[in-house]
Ligand binder design. Structure first.
Ligand code: FAD
Ligand code: NAD
Length: 465
């Protein structure tokens, strides 16, 4: 069987379906190839959406407990794991059914099967050969496995297994204190597991400024059994009673037995799984495909987007790149111009940051001003019983332009949007300080932080320098 298409998109995740839909909306005839029976990729099916669904459950469970000091006491929750799983899956399937409908409305042909390049104008999907004028590679990434671990043992989980919620292990070890590890720790801790985290760097979420990570660290140090930094797992021995884990490194403890172990040490790109060499596309040794500002690979009519082109591996980066590739294919003069890609850890408290971190600013030798507004001085944060938050702003000392922002606290992931827009609009600190923020809101803390730099704040007393 042979099919001809103007634009072939390989991979139906957030990058792929966005690119396919945008190209179709711009008048192109599009074929979208996805190896799984549903669209949505990692994000919708085994990533962003199921994890945020479970994190919502965790937040409600935690919030109920946090009302104890206010004299409100709930009895211990009864957790019906099967129902929770069904509820979570229903949300993903609602979304991927929606995507199938959106593809149909746009006349995007969806082909199910694994695609591999045969040449620079052909992709083979099972018995079907698809000939294309232009192609967009959006094949995403997969969890990194540590070869020395007993990877066939079902008690050793990756993020997909952890999201499946087979059971609630009594003792759970999480290898990797990055975003996946910490989000899943939040979920399993709320469901009743005793958590230990082992992270090889000197802090959790190593890409983020230490002062923003601190309030989370303080909370989870109390809530979790152990957090071992600068430490790695030396070996895992499967025993009948559990997985016996030996550690090595600065804070390495004695070996211990865990019911389950989640490995969350990063993701690797899928660039080596599509015979890209047959189309002449360069793939580096790790599996990344390099692209220019218009998402073009070294082969002019083949584009690549999303996790497979590099870090940060985030859905909103993939969708943005998908639109660029589709628009360039349709003849528009689009290229990557966004000034920042915000990051959010949906932990409890959440951490969000955008623009330059303080570590970046220092490394680049930029003269900067900094303000960190403590949420303990925010009426709204006190009224929701969460005063550990901080809203931090960094601005250029000479121009006042916003360089970066970081927020740790409830809803930080929502709050960071204002700072992203401010950066994109070229706002300076005065613009943020003079913007009237509704009171009492958590969003106010951005305005108050800007007022700290401006020297106009009245909610705190800061001695004149
Ligand atoms: P993917 O979503 O990986 O999609 C690639 C698709 O291509 C897959 O459906 C795959 O089946 C298909 N495919 C691969 N090879 C072939 C082939 N040869 N032929 C046909 N089809 C193929 N990001 C966020 O921004 N926010 C979050 O909150 C967030 N949470 C996450 C939580 C978890 C647990 C995980 C694992 C990830 C999370 N991410 C989050 C990251 C996010 O999921 C990814 O960055 C995003 O899915 C990348 O999109 P993509 O289109 O590049 O690739
Ligand atoms: P990550 O890179 O964020 O974190 C992995 C962590 O594991 C790092 O802190 C690293 O130092 C540590 N590590 C690596 N090897 C180790 C070892 N042998 N022993 C101990 N620690 C080790 O990766 P992740 O958490 O697996 O997430 C993968 C990707 O998914 C990330 O790029 C992230 O952007 C994306 N993601 C995003 C979100 C979100 O946006 N909220 C949520 C989940 C995942």
């Amino acid at each position: 069987m042979q099919l001809k298409t103007q634009v072939l998109v390989l991979g139906g995740g957030p990058g792929g379906y966005t690119a396919a839909f945008r190209a179709a909306d711009l008048g192109k005839q599009v074929t979208l190839v996805e190896r799984y029976p549903v669209l949505g990729g990692v994000c919708l099916n085994v990533g962003c959406i199921p994890s945020k669904t479970l994190l919502h459950v965790a937040n409600v469970l935690n919030e109920a407990k946090e009302l104890n000091p206010a004299g409100i006491n709930f009895s211990e929750p009864e957790i019906n794991l099967e129902q929770l799983r069904t509820w979570k899956n229903k949300i993903s399937s609602q979304l991927n059914t929606g995507l199938a409908a959106l593809a149909k409305q746009r006349n995007v042909t969806v082909v199910n099967g694994t695609g591999r390049f045969v040449s620079d104008t052909q992709v083979q999907v099972d018995t079907q050969l698809i000939e294309f004028d232009q192609a967009i590679i959006a094949v995403g990434s997969q969890p990194v496995k540590i070869p020395a671990f007993p990877n066939d043992d079902p008690r050793l989980m990756d993020s997909t297994d952890a999201l499946n919620l087979e059971d609630i292990p009594k003792k759970l070890l999480i290898v990797g204190g990055g975003i996946i590890g910490l989000e899943m720790a939040t979920v399993y801790n709320a469901l009743g597991s005793k958590i230990t985290i082992v992270e090889m760097q000197e802090q959790i979420i190593p890409g983020c400024d230490k002062d923003l990570v601190k309030p989370l660290m303080v909370k989870i140090k109390k809530d979790y059994d152990n957090i071992f930094l600068e430490t790695k797992v030396k070996s895992i021995e499967p025993l009948t009673e559990g997985l016996k884990v030996a550690f090595e490194g600065k804070t390495a403890p004695e070996s211990d037995i865990f019911d389950k172990v989640l490995v969350a040490v990063g993701r690797r790109p899928n660039g080596h799984l599509l015979d890209a060499d047959k189309a002449g596309i360069n793939v580096d040794e790790r599996g990344f495909i390099s692209v220019d500002k218009q998402q073009r690979t070294n082969v002019k009519h083949i584009f690549a987007i999303g996790d497979v082109v590099g870090n940060p591996m985030l859905a909103h980066k993939a969708t943005h790149e998908g639109k660029i590739a589709a628009e360039v294919i349709a003849g528009m003069a689009t290229e990557w111009q966004a000034l920042t890609i915000p990051s959010v850890a949906y932990t409890d408290p959440e951490i969000a940051w955008m623009g330059l971190t303080e570590n970046d600013v220092k490394a680049q030798g930029i003269a900067y001003e900094k303000a960190a507004f403590p949420w303990a001085a925010s009426g709204r944060s006190l009224s929701i019983g969460r005063k550990e938050g901080v809203t931090k702003l960094l601005s250029d000392k000479e121009t006042g332009r916003i360089l970066g922002a970081g927020i740790v606290g409830t809803n930080a992931g929502e709050l960071i949007a204002e700072a992203v827009l401010a950066l994109e609009m070229g706002a300076n600190i005065e613009d943020l300080a003079l913007t009237v923020h509704a009171h009492p809101t958590l969003a106010e803390t951005l305005g108050l932080s800007a007022e700290m730099i401006e020297g106009t704040i009245t909610d705190l007393f800061i001695k004149k320098r």
